[in-house]
Design a protein around this ligand. Structure first.
Ligand code: NAD
Ligand code: DAU
Length: 362
């Protein structure tokens, strides 16, 4: 059994679906169902006996302790976070609360549980912390990609909070011996990404003939990693990663934001041409820049590739075509988010799991 946090979000849900299609090992998903958590992402496994869902907060030490005692997982995989840079600029406090204090409380509960384990379970236990390349700051145009030895230079409240959480994970390894692993990955894309992030937002706006807002000159560079490749990498790190180490994960697809938006437009022109025949690119609108906008991220993945034999397998051209197709096939998914229906349905359907938590804690 593994315990996963934040499994109703974009990457956590992709991980859960991949996990249950590759193994019979059960999983318990602890998710608070913030605005970013959507149980519909996991509709296909909700009745699977290997899958257990609990609505709760990583910062609620009693709930986490009771789940660890009840399910006795061999690993904790920590995805839960506030994840959107723009939101961190308008409201940094929630990022400190969830990403820093929440992670610290989760670490503390995991440590207390780990100390109850006897060998060999204690030696086999892992706490895998999912983090970001943004902790390394911004690169110049010709600089080499981030290695695990790069200095931490976070520039946004979001990346500062993730950097702080990485430091706490490191401290729990160094001070208390908790068997931790950390991953720092680049921008993920793929199905079920919340439509506040670049790719789904652009697809949604284009489909509704709304302006496609490119921040500043659009020449900022990101390294795009398909979420399924990312999940394969996480499984490799969980299985074979060296305890206490961190691993950078990238897609080997460095692209400017403009190039990404143009690729979306090209795909939409083929898959869903506009009624008047105009290209979708005519909707692109340059808007004011994001404050403190990092110019370039790039990943040197030689550590995970050399040590664990992981390499990305989905080329961006194919991955973005599939992603555009997924959003075209799931317009109801986006619509339920835009209308707010997904929140109302989660509140209705998961009061039972909240009751379970209340009983477990009592
Ligand atoms: P997301 O915003 O889509 O999902 C976050 C999930 O965490 C949601 O289901 C939400 O309900 C849950 N959550 C939030 N606060 C919680 C709390 N206090 N207790 C329990 N659950 C809580 O995020 P994502 O894009 O899937 O990212 C997952 C992880 O990967 C995050 O840690 C993020 O920092 C990291 N990451 C994301 C990317 C990316 O491109 N999306 C890249 C690098 C790293
Ligand atoms: O690098 C990894 C990070 O990638 C993760 O840690 C974060 O959780 C994830 O949100 C993502 O952060 P970004 O800020 O890079 O992603 P976002 O999709 O918000 O923006 C991608 C780029 O596109 C960025 O340069 C800002 C730009 N952008 C974004 C939006 C939403 C626009 O130009 N217009 C937009 O409307």
């Amino acid at each position: 059994m593994i315990l996963l946090t934040g499994g109703c979000g974009f990457i956590g849900s992709a991980f859960l679906l991949q996990w249950l299609s590759h193994t019979d090992e059960p999983v318990v998903n602890l998710d608070l169902l913030t605005y970013a958590g959507n149980p519909a992402n996991l509709a296909s496994i909700q009745d699977d006996p290997r899958y257990h869902f609990v609505q709760g907060d990583i910062a609620d030490s009693k709930v986490v302790a009771s789940l660890l005692a009840r399910y006795r997982p061999r690993a904790v995989l920590h995805f839960a976070a506030e994840s959107h840079v723009d939101r961190s600029i308008s409201g940094p406090l929630a990022f400190a609360e969830t990403n820093v204090v929440g992670t610290l409380k989760l670490l503390d509960a995991a440590l207390a549980y780990w100390r109850t384990l006897e060998s060999p379970a204690a030696a086999a236990f892992r706490f895998l912390h999912v983090s970001t390349d943004e902790v390394y700051g911004s690169l110049g145009p010709d600089a080499a990609g981030f290695t695990e030895a790069n200095r931490y230079e976070p520039n946004s409240p979001y990346s500062a909070s993730k950097a702080a959480s990485d430091h706490f994970v490191r401290a729990y390894r160094h001070t208390y011996g908790l068997p931790t692993l950390t991953t720092n990955c680049s921008n993920n894309y793929g199905p079920r990404q919340f439509p506040e992030k670049l790719i789904p937002l652009m697809i949604h706006n284009a489909l509704h003939a709304k302006p496609m807002p490119v921040y500043g000159d659009g020449q900022q560079i990101r390294d795009w990693l398909h979420v399924d490749d990312h999940c394969h990498a996480l499984r490799a790190v969980l299985d074979r990663g060296r305890v206490g180490e961190s691993y950078n994960i990238g897609g080997r697809s460095e692209l400017s934001n403009m190039a990404v938006v143009e690729a979306i437009c090209r795909n939409l022109d083929i898959l869903r041409p506009r009624a008047g025949g105009q290209p979708h690119a005519s909707l692109i609108a340059h808007v004011g820049d994001r404050p403190g906008h990092d110019r370039r991220y790039a990943i040197d993945d030689s550590k995970i590739s050399g040590e664990l034999g992981w390499n990305p397998s989905i080329a961006f051209d194919e991955g973005v075509r599939q992603t555009v197709q997924w959003y075209l096939d799931h317009e109801d998914w986006v619509q339920s988010i835009v209308s707010g229906a997904y929140r109302r349905s989660a509140q209705r359907n998961y009061s039972a799991s909240t009751e379970f938590v209340a009983r477990a804690v009592a």
